[in-house]
Ligand binder design. Sequence first.
Ligand SMILES: [Zn+2]
Length: 415
Amino acid sequence: MYPCNRSRLQSLVERFSQFGATANGGVTRLSLSKEDILARDCFIEICKELGMDIQTDDMANIYATLPGKKDCPPIVIGSHLDSVEKGGRFDGVLGILTGIEAIRTLKDNDIELDIPLMLVNFTNEEGARFDPAMMSSGVIASKFSREKMLSSTDKNGITFQEALQASGYEGEQENRLTEALAYIELHIEQGPVLAAKQCDIGVVEGVLGMVCYEVTVTGESNHAGTTPMSMRKDPMIVASRLISSLHEQLSKIDEELVFTFGRMHVMPNIHTVIPNKVVFTIDSRHQSPEVMSQVEKVLTGVASEEDGCLIRPVKLWGRETVFFDEAICNEVEKSCADYGYSFHRMFSGAGHDAQYIASFIPSAMIFVPSIGGKSHCEEEETTFEDCAKGADVLLETVLALQTKLSMGDRYTLSQ
Ligand SMILES: [Zn+2]
């Protein structure tokens, strides 16, 4: 085993948290902003010092490859350098920096790999500047069309295409990641589970499937003072009863089901007017397709009319659960066991680049605990001890995969 250097990893995280540092200890490093460019430049500088080859593709994804003794597709470690506005110092960037630390540790120990090891920075994972999230892993996995993405516009009216061209990071389409033996993404959990279970590492088996519904309740506007209660068609009252009833029904389906009534619009939203329309959303997530279909049954089964108001549920979008590669998950688990780190098998409730990459490369993720479960905020925190444990497991997993995969020229894990 080759343990990583915790203090070196800590200084690296601290160095990167200067790019877009906010007053309260977080970062704002929107994709292709000048802060993101500084982080990219620094990433490349470090990778070059480590003897890695650099390429960029037409989505400005950066690929840094440490050559192996064999000329074969690489094992890939990936994540993202961009952040949300006033985000934390660990989300995304930790996956890249633990990758760098893993390579530095290989160099410390004079280990030459058989299979090339590639680090990838995916552009605009957060979707905080340009919609949608996981844009560039989505494009290379053929989930989104590049043409469409180019016209995605930030709040200042700058298109993704303009930002791409101005960044100096637009490369060739032929450089896109198309083939690799394995993909591993280390990430902070962004939730409270590992900390609550006092576990060092999350072995991530997949990304939860989800559906998002929008429910429109239509009533009738009228004067708040002159309309007797018995003569109203008030969608606010109907909507609030509906939310309570849905909450009760969905809670009974499965204890691991999560659901959120996150957005509500009241029209016309004036305190002296009975509303005529209330629109709210329900985001619901679970790994099992059967559970999700029960959820949809509840949502589509609501009464179409109540107290004179019309109720109409519409599915905005959904995604199926993504299952990661069992063999790689087992290697992650074994690496934890080798180090004596406690681990927990889990699904990710949040989206990650790995969920798209998994469609064409055997993939898995490693989670490290988030203190207080906080993320996408300046308070986001993970101890450097846990970061280093994550780096240890990451490197150990890469080495185990190297051994297994280099025994034959062909891919010999599951799939
Ligand atoms: Zn992230």
